[in-house]
Design a protein around this ligand. Structure first.
Ligand code: IDP
Ligand code: MG
Length: 142
């Protein structure tokens, strides 16, 4: 199914100048970039993005990390986009990520693992509406 998903190049990926290569990896995986921006989020926005993890011991560290410097947010569209992005990204813990994935190549640790990808179509819709409210009307009905 053609679907949309939200991906982030997190602050560590931007700081280390991997934005271009990561966008290239998504495009080479057959995905189309349909929205793209660089933004530094504040802690309240970061808390909302990761609200499902609010009871985890690493929540505060995660919020501090994702809000520490600019990141690149994008909507990617394509066949099976949610799973395709997560495949390109690799496992959450870079030490467990498959060779050739973004997190294998550039992930530093369990928190600063370079990229984010929505984990379901439902969550993708929620995240797209948060990160790209300007596109809400046109994106949520298809
Ligand atoms: P995902 O990004 O692969 O979907 P989630 O479990 O949704 O993984 O966790 C969201 C983010 O929280 C991860 O990408 C990572 O930045 C951070 N995180 C997840 N698990 C840990 C942990 O055990 N310690 C520290 N940070 C973590
Ligand atoms: Mg997740």
């Amino acid at each position: 199914m053609v679907e949309k998903t939200l991906a982030l190049v997190k602050p560590d990926g931007v700081e280390a100048n991997h934005v271009g290569e990561i966008l290239d990896m998504y495009e080479k995986a057959g995905l189309k970039i349909v929205a793209l921006k660089m933004i530094k989020v504040n802690k309240e926005f970061a808390r909302q993005h990761y609200i499902d993890l609010k009871d985890k011991p690493f929540y505060q560290e995660l919020v501090d990390f994702i809000s520490r410097s600019p990141l690149v947010a994008m909507i990617l569209e394509g066949e099976d986009a949610v799973n395709t992005v997560r495949g390109v990204n690799g496992a959450t813990d870079p030490s467990e990520a498959a060779e050739g994935t973004v997190r294998y190549k550039y992930g530093h640790g369990k928190t600063d693992n370079t990229v984010h990808g929505s984990d379901s179509v439902e969550h993708a819709k929620r995240e797209i509406s948060m990160w790209f409210p300007e596109f809400l009307d046109s994106y949520l009905d298809d």
